[in-house]
Design a protein around this ligand. Structure first.
Ligand code: G3I
Length: 482
């Protein structure tokens, strides 16, 4: 992947910012730190964000902060999206241009814009071999390691409580068939630099999901196998990792892989979320449109694919503008790819395939962990033999936080809706819920199905999840048909 910018010139005006508060209310998405409610409204089905929210997902875009004065750009941003990623403004060169001197001006502008318009924020990226400030490029060894960890700590602390998910480490694996780590100054500080970065990020902001993010990992190949092995190892040793980001930069030389969904699923089976983090697909017309809908359907088919982010708004905003890879043309008009994306988001039957489905391929043989990951054990609760349902919880916990995955299993009569109740320990606070509507964030909480996962066939199962600070729930949850 060539990361040289090929961007076109964005149109800039000084017209007042448009606000789309209605969209954010419709999407039911509120600031980090509170529950993500899934509400239906008049806007549902007509914008990317609202339609994704109806399916318990977000739909985001990369934002270049210097375009927030462009009224066309901001109009689309506020109307269509409920998650934003800083395209460049939170990277190391932007946030720490001189060692120990931090500049959050542009990153803060993005966060403010997001919060004022009901959007959440993905943080990008804490540790990366590219876009390092010059002073860091000149460091090595333990000096660089310390500088990197200080950077992770400082930036994650500055944005604490405001970031849905951080790309903690970006693009650390080499292309080609070796499955090796990418050579970089960071890699040369020692193979454990990645887990050190994740631990520092967790300590700084326990409420943010922590992602590993990469490209050319979208299908099963030597590179994604190597990432898989690393994640499997991290999960087995308790290294804090909550998600894997799949950048999904596609073109004719790097098309949407036929095993895209299967690849996402095998990562979910390790007990963490997946996100599509930088989607763009070069091309035009129906071919491009079909490819976008394939990506959306793959994500919706996976319960823990929590959202999709496109890497820019208009084609002219793209880092590879000449490939016209985005959903809006240079004037901000919706393309066929937009229509197919929205249609795919609005399709009825999202599924929640069990996360315990075994991977479709043999896991890579490189450094297999000797102990199974603690959180991927399938719930053993048998299906109830009546018209009711049962629920069981699997927990991924760390000091100060947890992710809970709740599986609902239908009895012999099946379900057309369900309510799960559980009690959280004193001091525990839910910060994020997916694939369910929760009644609150602490104490005794009930979770109801959302539109796409209420119907469960006899003996079948579905899942929802939530993330919180404090300790995870104990005891067996209650489950009732609704
Ligand atoms: O802001 C300066 C400007 O002052 C200067 O005149 C100009 C001269 O080249 O450069 C401008 O900075 C550029 C910056 O984008 C902002 O436009 C950099 O040169 C350019 O290298 C930078 O490119 C970014 C690229 O990451 C850097 O690797 C792209 O915008 C950004 O879209 C791209 O994003 C990456 C993700 O972070 C990681 N995954 C791949 C993805 C695409 O490459």
């Amino acid at each position: 992947m060539n990361h040289v910018s090929a961007r076109g010139s964005g149109r800039r005006t000084t017209a007042p910012r448009l606000r789309a508060a209605l969209v954010s209310i419709a999407a039911g998405v509120v600031a980090v730190g509170t529950t993500v409610a899934i509400a239906s409204s008049a806007s549902a089905g007509t914008t990317l964000g609202a339609s994704a929210a109806e399916k318990g997902r977000y739909f985001g875009t990369a934002v270049a902060v210097n375009k927030l004065s462009d009224s066309v750009y901001v109009g689309i941003l506020n109307r269509e999206f409920n998650m934003v990623t800083a395209e460049n403004e939170m990277k190391w060169d932007a946030t720490e241009p001189n060692q120990g001197q931090f500049n959050y001006t542009n990153g803060d502008r993005l966060v403010s814009h997001a919060q004022a318009n009901g959007m959440r924020v993905r943080g990008h990226a804490l540790a990366w071999h590219s876009q390092q400030p010059g002073w860091a490029q000149n460091l090595s060894g333990s000096t660089l390691r310390s500088a990197m960890l200080n950077h992770v700590t400082q930036v994650a602390t500055h944005y604490k409580g405001k970031i849905y998910a951080w790309d903690v480490v970006n693009e650390a694996f080499a292309d080609g068939g070796t499955g090796a780590r990418r050579d970089s100054n960071l890699q040369r500080t020692g193979n454990d630099w990645i887990e050190a970065a994740f631990r520092a990020a967790r300590a700084a902001d326990p409420g943010a999901k922590l992602c590993y993010n990469d490209y050319n990992t979208d299908g099963q190949n030597a590179k994604s196998n190597a990432v898989y092995a690393m994640v499997q190892d991290f999960k087995s040793r308790g290294v804090p990792i909550d998600c894997v980001g799949f950048q999904s930069h596609f073109n004719s030389a790097s098309p949407v892989p036929s095993d895209y969904q299967a690849n996402l699923q095998r990562f979910v089976n390790l007990g963490l979320d997946v996100q599509i983090t930088e989607l763009d697909i070069e091309g035009s017309g129906s071919t491009q449109a079909d490819n976008y809908s394939r990506v959306v359907r793959a994500c919706l088919a996976i319960a823990r694919c929590t959202g999709i982010t496109v890497w820019g708004i208009r084609d002219s905003d793209s880092w590879r503008a000449s490939g016209t890879p985005l959903l809006f043309d240079n004037s901000g008009n919706k393309k066929a790819a937009y229509t197919s994306t929205l249609s795919a988001l609005n399709e009825g039957g999202t599924t929640t395939p069990p996360t315990t489905t075994p991977p479709t391929t043999t896991p890579p043989t490189t450094t297999p962990p000797t102990t199974p990951p603690p959180t991927t054990a399938p719930p053993t609760t048998p299906p109830p033999g009546n018209g009711g349902c049962t629920a069981s919880v699997s927990l991924n916990s760390w000091t100060g936080g947890f992710v809970a995955t709740v599986r609902i299993t239908a009895g012999s009569a099946g379900l057309s809706g369900w309510v799960v109740g559980l009690t959280l320990p004193s001091g525990t606070l839910i910060t994020n819920t997916w694939s369910a509507q929760s009644s609150g964030t602490s104490g005794s909480v009930t979770f109801r199905n959302v539109s796409y996962n209420g119907t469960v066939g006899a003996g079948g199962s579905t899942e929802f999840g939530f993330q919180g600070t404090g300790n995870g729930p104990t005891g067996t949850p209650t489950c009732s048909p609704a």
